[in-house]
Write a protein that binds this ligand. Structure first.
Ligand SMILES: Nc1ccn([C@@H]2O[C@H](COP(=O)(O)OP(=O)(O)OP(=O)(O)O)[C@@H](O)[C@H]2O)c(=O)n1
Ligand SMILES: [Ca+2]
Length: 573
């Protein structure tokens, strides 16, 4: 039997060679003579008469005399060792192959969900996707599509309620194109209506119900799995916005070092959420200390095995559109004629509003009074300071029945941590170029808005001709209002101003309440931390490869030590 190392019989004691340790030239003690030395065939040619009495390699040697170069056979022990080594190598290869192929992650099974955000100013449809196998992990759901519904928000259909539903059709079609056909039926669709519909419900309950029925009819006729169309509360809006941003920022569940480091700190590392809509605004965060002064502002969550005590408040009528309405309603009180100079609009800007409709809105109805004119002409002054003073009147800071308040007697604990400010907070600040990664100081923000407000309308209109006039004309007011709300309302200061981060998206997903709403309704945020395999697939395969390599190396090393090939020996005859 030929081996790469020559023939055992050629090297055995019968040829007069003793096993040498390579250093002393002596045979190592306790070693079996016949299996511990290998030499090449060239050596065999020099060999003469084998010593008598050798106890192994007899059959091969007798059949193939060394002088003729015929290869003798190995000893049985050596054969077994070789076979064992060979089998171990095979086993290691098999182990790695199985690890790589058998345990490969299965091809992704993607699930989808649709949420319609029926806001006061407009409706957005969002399509989310996530891998089915990982739906309880944090951060796996992401937005894959957003569709802006044409026309006003659904509350704008109070006079033509039957048209509210059909307005959504175009975006539903778009979603049909994004989600694979075979998954349409299993894809849940939710609609949540916010402050516009809250106001309509206050003003005209019947119209609000009809709008919701129209919307429901359209959603039921879509090929998706309709799960409900309802008006969400301000508390829900705040809470789901907070869940969304912290889910997307990966604040709920930490792994590895992050988890260890966070376990050393006592406070929950979450970000507060600031949402500014057209009709309402929300502030939500985890305060340092929770007082039970105002239980209606406190929410308790257990998410991924951790308890959160969250403060939230939603101010109806303090969205930026309704805040402007409120401001105008107050300004009107002191107006004698049908003209009003407004410091919050650019110089040269003019707008006419109908006074009769103006006070139908619950946000302005308290200011209702009779006027000798039906149309009010507004003319811009472009005066930031005057505008700020004007807006200031919207925040009643005098009565506070709690230890601390924001405004209008609403409890607000001391601000804590970082805040993500989204929706109109972002739209406005982004327009004013005030959302850079290195946050601006409060003074810088104020002077940028002041500068913008001072620009004449014709110049602004010329420069930003591509922006809708409704948006553009109100950025001066909105900038001033945002500063008033944050600085005077919530009492952000020069010191903690930089803790506000104006953000539109986190990754591919818009910051807003919709994602948190869907995560909650699909039970995708478990109360307890879901069991996770101790090792990731990559680490598992890596470990298998490492173990196998170590195994093979040990076998090789043992084999080399005990059966040193000639090439590694010194002083071989
Ligand atoms: N590029 C944009 C987009 C929107 N807006 C304005 O931002 C405000 C808020 O928009 P949004 O957050 O979409 O409010 P809604 O969800 O419609 O209102 P709410 O949450 O109060 O129901 C609206 O006045 C809208 O006109 C803006 O100034 N610039
Ligand atoms: Ca909104």
């Amino acid at each position: 039997m030929a081996t790469p190392f020559g023939m055992r019989g050629l090297l055995g004691p019968r040829q007069g060679l003793r096993i040498q340790d390579g250093l002393s030239g002596k045979a190592p003690q306790g070693m079996h003579r016949g299996v511990s030395s290998f030499r090449g065939a060239g050596t065999a040619a020099k060999m003469t008469s084998p010593p008598l009495g050798a106890d192994d390699a007899i059959p091969l040697q007798s059949a193939a005399p060394a002088v003729t170069g015929t290869k003798p056979k190995m000893s049985t022990t050596r054969k077994i060792l070789l076979i064992l080594g060979f089998l171990s190598t095979l086993a290691a290869i098999a182990l790695i192959t199985v690890a790589v192929t058998q345990n490969q992650p299965l091809p992704k099974n993607i699930k989808y969900g649709i949420v319609l955000d029926a806001g006061s100013s407009h409706t957005n449809l969002y399509v989310y996707e996530w891998p089915a196998e990982k739906e309880n992990d944090t951060g796996v759901v992401q937005q894959v599509e957003v569709c802006k519904v044409e026309g006003p928000g659904i509350s704008g259909y109070s006079q033509t309620t039957e048209k509210a539903g059909p307005s959504l059709v175009q975006c539903l079609r778009q979603a049909e194109g994004v989600i694979p056909l075979k998954q349409h039926q299993e894809t849940p669709v939710y609609l949540g209506a916010t402050a516009g519909m809250r106001l309509l419900r206050l003003e005209n309950k019947d119209a609000a119900e009809k709008v919701l029925s129209s919307v429901e009819k359209t959603l039921r006729s879509a090929p998706f799995n309709f799960q409900g169309a309802r008006i969400i509360s301000g508390q829900e809006e705040g809470a789901y916005g907070w869940i969304t941003i912290n889910y997307l920022l990966g604040n709920f569940k930490q792994s590895g070092w992050k988890k260890f480091l966070h376990s050393l700190k006592s406070v929950s590392e979450t970000s507060g959420a600031l949402d500014l809509g057209g009709a309402s605004t929300q502030i939500t965060f985890v305060p340092d200390e929770i007082s039970s002064e105002s239980p209606q502002n406190l929410l308790y969550f257990r998410l991924y095995g951790k308890d959160y005590r969250v403060y939230t408040h939603s101010f109806l009528c303090y969205g930026k559109d309704q805040a402007l309405q409120q401001k105008l309603a107050r300004d009107l009180q002191s107006t004698e004629n049908s003209s009003l100079f407004d410091p919050c609009f650019h110089q040269g800007y003019q707008r006419t509003i109908s006074v009769s409709n103006f006070f139908k809105n619950p946000c302005t109805s308290v200011e209702k009074k009779q006027f000798p004119f039906s149309q009010l002409h507004i003319e811009g002054e472009g005066n930031y300071e005057k505008c700020r003073r004007n807006i200031q009147n919207l925040f009643n800071k005098t009565d506070c029945p709690y230890s601390s308040c924001s405004f209008n007697g609403i409890y607000l604990p001391p601000l804590q941590g970082d805040f993500g400010a989204f929706s109109a907070f972002y739209f406005v600040m982004n327009f004013l170029n005030l959302t850079s990664d290195d946050p601006f100081t409060l003074d810088e923000v104020a002077s940028a808005i002041k500068k913008f407000c001072a620009r004449p309308w014709h110049e602004v209109k010329l420069q930003y001709h591509q922006i809708k006039e409704k948006y553009l004309s109100e950025y001066c007011f909105s900038g001033a209002y945002i500063l008033s709300l944050l600085e005077n309302g919530y009492e952000f200061t020069t010191e903690n101003w930089k803790r506000i981060h104006f953000l539109g998206k986190i990754g591919s997903s818009d910051a807003g309440w919709t994602l948190g709403y869907m995560l909650n309704l699909t039970n995708m945020i478990p109360a307890e931390e879901p069991p996770a395999p101790p090792l990731s697939y990559g680490s598992y395969v890596g470990l298998m490869v490492l173990c196998s390599l170590v195994l093979v190396s040990v076998i090789l090393l043992a084999w080399l030590l005990f059966h040193k090939p000639k090439c590694l020996q010194k002083g071989v005859v």
